[in-house]
Design a protein around this ligand. Structure first.
Ligand SMILES: Nc1nc2c(ncn2[C@@H]2O[C@H](COP(=O)(O)OP(=O)(O)OP(=O)(O)O)[C@@H](O)[C@H]2O)c(=O)[nH]1
Ligand SMILES: [Mg+2]
Length: 427
């Protein structure tokens, strides 16, 4: 493995598909290769009318790349399109260098960025799943040829063992992630009782972490790289005098996120689908802002988060000279996380969108009503519980107005909005 000052030298093959590709794809692909920490030693653009099944691009172009490669010093070839396993193998055979595709590139970036235990496990799971499709394909490919070249015995067995080990590792990671997931769900539940969850979402590099820092006065790592943040981070922030919400910063999105990654990151993404409010951060200085917005929205739909109330924060407004022609509502706000413009308005909007407010209340129930007591615990944050006489239990709680109304409908619950009874006996 190379150290950071001895970067991997890459050669990029940018294939423009028959339908014509948007320029953004190419710029974005180049950013991805830089974010992965490689230096670009050469680029070639290929326009093709029809994909070649075996090598993606045609023989003539492959020959010219081969000649090109003789003059440059490289370690790796990266294709901007996804390759199937056999294409990858054929290309490696012809070009005599390791070949990776866009999905593998993104997986590698994620692997470099993952820091927490769960982040690392999720990335490993995605990588193994990616690999397993390749091994299985490799297997069938060899099986087809075995009669001709006598590939019976150890080679075949090795693949089978590899495949079995791979499946075992996948299962063991899935189990570990399941446990972590349950843990996170419990944490989320206890958080949810009183404080609402606000999740920052958006295309990678839109400025989510910078906005998170400016809203929460924290120091989350920010960089002009893609996928800087992988693991979700939470912080309570004040949105009004007595009102706090939990804000979270998570992984950025990109169009055509490899499916293995979405699958592996589903539990992380659940933080988003469980949120009460989304702040969709947009990079208003990016001329592909609208396309990126659509890509994010399509992923939100995939994870079942498209119905959550959303505020659109048009970030990096300091870089936009003309200003934006926005709908004048509190759901569309121009901000600059870097220059601290519009963040106050954003907080006011969050407060407006997050309703109702939690109320501190005293509830009294009969001491034998264990079901009602459990119900109160499930929807309210119980601060104190006292027995005020032989039959009456008094609970001091923080609760949403809506849930309080629900409880008040129950005649067996008496709600008293007064201070704590000092004579009460603690149990
Ligand atoms: N000019 C300007 N730059 C900004 C603003 N907000 C963020 N940036 C820059 O944009 C780059 C990306 O910011 P991040 O906050 O890391 O973006 P992110 O959305 O968290 O990115 P990922 O975690 O990689 O998905 C950094 O170089 C920031 O300094 C802003 O309001 N104005
Ligand atoms: Mg970030």
């Amino acid at each position: 493995m190379k150290t950071s000052n001895q970067k991997i030298k890459s050669y990029l093959v940018i294939v423009n598909s028959p339908k014509g590709s948007i320029e953004n794809d190419n710029e974005e692909f180049i950013s991805l290769t830089l974010s992965a920490g490689t230096v670009i030693s050469g680029i070639t653009y290929v326009n093709i009318k029809k994909f070649n099944r075996n090598t993606l691009i045609g023989k003539g172009k492959l020959q010219s790349i081969k000649e090109d490669l003789e003059a440059v010093d490289i370690d790796l070839i990266i294709f901007n399109k996804d390759l199937i396993a056999s294409q990858e193998r054929n290309l490696e055979k012809i070009l005599k260098y390791p070949v990776i595709d866009r999905s593998r590139l993104i997986l590698d970036i994620f692997a470099r960025r993952a820091q927490t235990n769960s982040g690392k496990l999720q990335v490993e799971l995605a990588q193994l799943k990616h690999l397993s499709t390749r091994l299985i394909r490799g297997w069938t490919h060899l099986e087809r040829q075995k009669g001709g070249i006598g590939l019976r015995g150890p080679g075949e067995k090795q693949l089978e063992t590899d495949r079995r080990l791979l499946q075992e590792r996948i299962r063991s990671i899935e189990l570990k992630l399941k446990k972590l997931h349950t843990q996170r769900k419990t944490n989320r539940k206890s958080r949810n009782k009183v404080m609402k969850n606000v999740a920052l979402v958006g295309y990678t590099n839109a400025g989510k972490s910078t906005l998170f820092n400016s809203l929460s006065n924290s120091k989350t790592f920010v960089a002009d790289k893609m996928f800087t943040t992988l693991d979700p981070i939470f912080r309570p922030i004040s949105i009004s005098k007595n009102r706090r919400v939990v804000i979270s910063d998570t992984v950025g999105f990109i169009r055509e996120l490899p499916s293995e990654l979405i699958e592996a990151f589903l539990s992380t993404l659940e933080e988003i689908s469980d949120a009460d409010l989304l702040i969709h951060v947009l990079d208003s200085s990016d001329r592909f802002m609208h396309q990126n917005k659509q890509s994010v929205e399509s992923i939100l739909k995939q994870i079942g988060a498209d119905q959550i109330p959303t505020i659109y924060a048009y970030n990096k407004i300091d870089l936009v000279k003309k200003g934006l022609d926005l709908l004048n509502t509190y759901q569309h706000i121009e901000v600059s996380a870097k220059e601290d413009i519009g963040t106050e308005t954003l907080i006011e909007s969050i407060a407006l969108m997050i309703n109702p407010q939690p109320i501190k209340t005293i509830l009294r129930i009969n001491v034998n009503e264990s079901k009602i007591r459990a119900q109160i615990y499930s929807i309210a944050n119980v601060i104190q519980e006292c027995l005020i006489n032989e039959n009456t239990l008094e609970l001091t709680v923080e609760i949403d107005e809506r849930n309080l109304l629900r409880l008040k409908k129950n005649k067996k619950i008496k709600a008293i909005e007064s201070k704590l009874s000092t004579s009460s006996k603690r149990i």
